[in-house]
Ligand binder design. Structure first.
Ligand code: PLP
Length: 400
């Protein structure tokens, strides 16, 4: 047995990082030493005082009792696809195809895997959700970051986006509302992105998983509603807006002229068939979710607005920290004026105060100055406790 060589992981795993969970190793060290922790690092509402709406649970339980426990069709069950189609049309999208997936994550995986070859690249927002880079690393492809501009409400810098396009670019990813900045993109921004997609023949991959979590009067616009001809894949699901991340149910909506997308969609469908199906009984939660309006969000949105306001107010009162107002999702991405890297800053903060946030560089190389992400999901009391620890930490170490 001792001649058995150590197993070497494949090259494709080498550059995969996922800062949101990686940071937990540091938190666990503090916990092992008897320290307490305040978790502001993970965007899972179920860890806090937010509950999955009972009608989603009921529909899933009912489906299980009715023996919908075998495999489903690979693309998903008909009544759920119909419900997604209807919702998409209400959002101004004209879907040609819909795939139900294991979370939006799997939809993103299928869309990238069916599109990108070894050595090609895709434009990804920076800062942005790290899944895209992780999947692109796995495909031995490259995520090319484009700048989201903090001085322009974190809107994409279109000139920078264009400068990142080359002959190997296949798609533009946008995350709207954005994780980690909470920015909602304006119609003008979206129209500029469409112009680039047309000019350079790029697929638009639009992640709209937070589209109903809007914390101001701004209207969320699906980019696919602004152009019905070009290939766009819109991702959504029940993890965030329907408070059911553990159901692992999401979907990909393909729109644009069918003659342009048909082979690409067939590629996605082949991959979908190979993995059999998304969780079957949980797919019954989709029509339950989409056909029952948004009243389940009234209370959660009230809580989130209060917690967002408290976050922005308390953070901006700490010398050395400045925070833009996030208008969507449940994240803030404050800037921190420290002479060290944000990763060092965050590790030190966790070790000393137990406040667990994620370093900004875990979301991409831009902005180059130190930032961190927090999820303002905990109660106001917990948030106040976290921010006053942060305040004490800044005063102690940075003379603020
Ligand atoms: N897209 C973004 C921007 C996210 O923030 C997340 C989760 O945090 C996901 C996708 C994953 O969604 P799902 O749980 O549906 O896989």
């Amino acid at each position: 047995m001792n001649t058995f060589p150590k197993i070497i992981p494949s090259l494709r795993t080498q550059h995969i990082t996922y800062a949101i969970r990686d940071i937990l190793a540091i938190a666990n060290e503090r916990k092992a030493a008897g320290g307490d922790l305040i978790f502001l690092n993970i965007g899972d509402p179920l860890l806090f005082d937010f509950d999955t709406p009972p009608h989603l649970i009921e529909a899933t339980y009912q489906a299980m009792k009715e023996r919908h426990n075998g495999y489903s069709p690979s693309e998903g069950i008909g009544i759920a696809i119909d419900a997604i189609h209807k919702q998409a049309v209400a959002d101004g999208i004209v879907p040609t195809d819909i795939l139900i997936t294991t979370g939006a994550s799997e939809g993103i995986d299928l869309a990238l895997s069916a599109l990108v070859n070894h050595g090609e690249n895709v434009l990804v927002p920076s800062p942005g959700y790290p899944l895209y880079n992780a999947l692109l690393s796995r495909l031995l492809a490259e995520g090319k970051p484009y700048i989201l501009d903090e001085n322009n409400n974190w809107q994409p810098d279109i000139a920078h986006m264009e400068s990142q396009i080359d002959a190997k670019t296949k798609a533009i990813v946008l995350i709207n509302p954005n994780n980690p900045t909470g920015a909602i993109y304006t119609e003008d921004t979206l129209r500029e992105i469409i112009k680039l997609a047309i000019k350079y023949h790029l697929v638009i991959l639009s992640d709209e998983i937070y589209d109903k979590l809007i914390l101001n009067s701004q209207k969320h616009i699906s980019i696919a509603s602004l152009n019905r001809d070009i290939p766009i894949v819109t991702f959504n699901g029940i993890s965030k807006c329907y408070l059911a991340p553990g159901f692992r149910i999401g979907w990909a909506i393909i729109s644009g002229a069918r003659e342009l997308t048909e082979d690409y969609v067939e590629g996605m469908k082949k991959l979908a068939r190979a993995r059999l199906c998304a969780c079957h009984p949980e797919q019954y939660a989709i029509p339950a979710a989409l056909q029952n309006g948004l009243s389940h969000l009234q209370l959660p949105l009230e809580k989130l607005k209060r917690r967002r306001d408290l976050t922005v107010e308390m953070l901006n009162a700490i010398p050395g920290i400045s925070c833009q107002v996030p208008n969507g999702a449940f994240y803030a991405f404050p800037k921190v004026d420290v002479p060290i890297s944000d990763e060092e800053f965050v590790k030190h903060l966790i070790r000393e105060t137990g406040v667990v946030v994620v370093h900004g560089s875990g979301f991409g190389p831009f902005p180059a100055s130190p930032h961190f992400r927090l999820a303002f999901l905990p109660t106001e009391n917990e948030l106040e406790k976290a921010y006053s620890r942060l305040d004490g930490f800044m005063r102690k170490h940075y003379g603020a």
